[in-house]
Design a protein around this ligand. Structure first.
Ligand code: NAG
Length: 248
């Protein structure tokens, strides 16, 4: 029989390891980067910058979050405003008279997400991460015209997601996101999040300064196809009916 103090210590172990690993977050509990709970985000942000990084479990240290925040602040000022109305790009920084901003890229990083599956597959992790990002996109509500991107880091599984809102998705396409993430996969696997994030931010910034992918309008497409078919038919009919010509 174990002595009671040892028994008590054993019973406390799981609880203690929970404290050491940080809590497993739900998107509802995760801090609101623009709300009252943003204090938990732990970043050290100068007064002329907004907060763009939320790292409540302190995966990064203070100087790293300060640098990344400065990079994201700079990105916002050095990308073009993609919104239809310019006024949609003037809010957010300082509410009136501030410089126009383009895209709003922010980082959500945490040690663990609450999940009921015990040995999740890569696909389970992706589905869970995307669900988390979807809720966070709604909760944080950054950017006024779908011009926001969330970079999500789930440290425990070395999982990273680039989650663009509707308009930003045309600038950073699925293939581009895949390429960006595979380039930094080694850094992520080595827990070198600062270097990984620096590269990701640089790549996203280049894409956001480029041209958006143009959506193919189905109306135009069907017109082009039907004109093409008509021309082809005319050629075929003209070329394959020599008898007709003899009638004239
Ligand atoms: C933060 O971490 C980096 C990399 O490990 C280190 O070089 C730097 O000195 C740390 N900064 C602080 C304030 O602890």
């Amino acid at each position: 029989m174990l002595p009671p103090p040892l028994l008590a210590a054993l019973c406390l172990l799981p609880a203690l390891s929970g404290v050491v690993n940080g809590i497993a977050w739900t998107s509802a509990e995760f801090p609101d980067i623009r709300g009252a709970s943003s204090e938990q985000c732990q970043a050290n942000v100068p007064p002329d910058q907004n907060l763009y990084i939320c790292d409540p479990d302190r995966v990064l240290n203070k100087s790293q979050t300060t640098w990344l925040n400065a990079m994201l602040h700079d990105l916002t000022l050095s990308t073009p405003c993609p919104c239809q109305r310019r006024s949609q790009c003037s809010g957010g920084l300082d509410n009136d008279g501030g410089p126009l901003h383009g895209f709003v890229v922010s980082i959500a990083m945490l040690k663990n997400v609450q999940m009921s599956i015990h040995s999740p597959s890569e696909n389970d992790l992706t589905v869970r991460s995307e669900g988390f990002c979807r809720s966070l996109e709604g909760k944080w509500a950054l950017g006024d015209c779908g011009n926001s991107i969330i970079i999500f880091v789930w440290q425990h599984y070395k999982k990273m997601i680039i989650w663009p809102a509707r308009l930003a998705e045309r600038y950073v396409t699925v293939e581009e996101r895949r390429a960006i993430l595979s380039k930094v996969n080694n850094l992520a696997q080595g827990d070198e999040w600062y270097s990984a994030l620096t590269e990701v931010i640089g790549s996203i910034r280049r894409e956001l300064n480029g041209e958006p992918e143009t959506r193919v309008d189905t109306g135009t497409l069907s017109l082009v196809v039907s004109v093409g078919v008509a021309v082809a038919l005319t050629i075929i009919i003209t070329c394959t009916s020599p008898n007709k010509r003899e009638l004239y």
